[in-house]
Write a protein that binds this ligand. Structure first.
Ligand SMILES: [Zn+2]
Length: 250
């Protein structure tokens, strides 16, 4: 009986000593592991993952049409396009120096991803947004719902997840509005944007049928941790709070 009391006493002291440690750890992890990336427009909250998202397989077809990025602003956005021509169009045009146009990636209807400019370089796809953005051309037509299928959207989601992890200053948001809503008619917002938002006077891509919410949700899930680490510590905290010491006080 006496031995049991001493044992309980040691346990109680241990719990009291560990309580503030567990509480502090939980607070720190809850603050550091939750990432709510919000701004104008759609907003996705997620717990950043501890593992590296692999770059999806790409076919390298280099374009000569690129430059160096300006030091400012940083890469904080992705511009989504539709090609308005079949696959051969962008592959040929982007390899032709005289065309003076390019994009970092072209995604075919079957999901194949062609990489034509390294993301660290400045591709020529969205005029004044080139320095701050990565350009993705989806082969298809803005006016056709049939442009979008499981294979090209899945490839786009995998590519976006990898890009957002590699470039953490690109938030997982699709902002509202377009260039007309900003000074000098120049869009000035981070996130995943439509070419139509950058140049609303002469571009409409990727068009009304592009599934923004579905795409952002899928990317958010790839960037998420199924069970946040903070929950495990919350469980530990609950155990300590429900200790015999606490029960005896009631
Ligand atoms: Zn475009």
């Amino acid at each position: 009986m006496k031995q049991k009391s001493v044992h309980e006493c040691y346990l109680t002291i241990l719990r009291v000593l560990l309580l503030p440690v567990a509480t502090l750890s939980s607070i720190i992890l809850l603050q550091s592991s939750t990432s709510a990336q919000c701004g104008r427009g759609a907003c996705i909250s997620f717990e950043p993952g501890p593992t590296t998202i692999a770059k999806p397989p790409t076919t390298w077809i280099p374009s000569p049409n690129f430059g160096t990025r300006d030091s400012s602003p940083v890469v904080d956005s992705v511009v989504i396009h539709t090609t308005e021509v079949d696959l051969a169009g962008p592959l040929n045009i982007f390899q032709t120096a005289s065309s003076q146009v390019s994009a970092h990636f072209v995604i075919a209807p079957n999901g194949t991803i062609y990489e034509m400019v390294e993301p660290s370089k400045r591709a020529w796809h969205a005029t004044y947004y080139n320095s701050r953005s990565i350009g993705i051309e989806m082969v298809g037509f803005a006016g056709f719902r049939s442009t979008w299928n499981e294979r090209n959207l899945s490839s786009l989601e995998n590519l976006l997840a990898w890009i957002l992890q590699a470039y953490p200053q690109i938030p997982l948001i699709h902002p509202v509005g377009d260039a007309y809503d900003f000074p000098s008619n120049q869009l000035n917002v981070a996130g995943i944007v439509a070419h139509a938002q950058v140049q609303p006077w002469n571009r409409s891509d990727p068009g009304q049928y592009f599934p923004w919410n579905q795409t952002l949700d899928a990317v958010g899930k790839q960037l998420a941790v199924p069970e946040p680490r903070s929950l495990a510590l919350c469980g530990m905290l609950t155990f300590f709070v429900r200790s015999p010491l606490a029960r005896r006080r009631t």
